[in-house]
Write a protein that binds this ligand. Sequence first.
Ligand code: GUN
Length: 285
Amino acid sequence: MAVVISGKELALLKRENMAKTIPDLLEKYGRVPHLAVVLIGDDAGSISYVRGKEKGCNEVGIKNTTIVKGTDITEAKLLGLIDELNQDDTVDAILVQLPLPKHIDSDKIINAIDPLKDVDGFHPRNVASLYLNEKCILPCTPKGVIALLDYAGIEIKGKNACVIGRSNIVGMPVAKLLLDRDATVTICHSKTENLKEITSKADILIAAVGKPLFVKEDMVKDGAAVIDVGVNRNPETGKLCGDVDFVNVKGKASFITKVPGGVGPMTITCLLENTIECFIKRMEK
Ligand code: GUN
């Protein structure tokens, strides 16, 4: 039976430690880090993420401003808002909640964010830095996945790691971070042939496909560490669930994360860490 790695527990620990650093930052720089979150529309998932971010900021002592706009906002108006936030010296970190409405080009918006305030690590400048091994802001979910593996004491070096999913937000960067830690990494996706054959060789299996309960026990190696990045609705129960069939896979894996309470809290915690990192970098510029 697998040990459940609690993202909730690690997030709490990290948030407590971060909270202790805020008074020192205030004393040293005269203000606390400030995260600006831009939310367009009223997508339930996005609202829930943004609430989690606000709660996290309050717990740690980070200033948080959420700017909410309707889905009818034009691309030009949104670019104007990003420009204002870029120019605002009291804002250290900018997050534009994705997905954006279809009439807005997300790439254009991300490209407009000042790379020094790009708390998600999504700007092409920061993406390039990640792949060139330059010091940079790491995307929050991949950073959280690695933190969970480390917290559980799972050896990464030399291990077979398999990532299911090749998105720019999770699959690709998590694969790069695993490679940086000397894992042998395979990236699988919707066109992969013999998926089961590949996933069952993985000592570390990262599920980031976005399909409810997609990873079944026969896809998992005995004793593997399984990290579930999925956030889905179970089509039968309507409840939140991951990409991994937790109930059945936990009997085969040695470590596993749950949804909710696994990667999710770590994503937000890494966002808080990144906000502090952006702040310090800007203050010391
Ligand atoms: N939507 C879902 N996850 C994320 C994230 O990590 N960052 C942003 N900006 N939007 C998201």
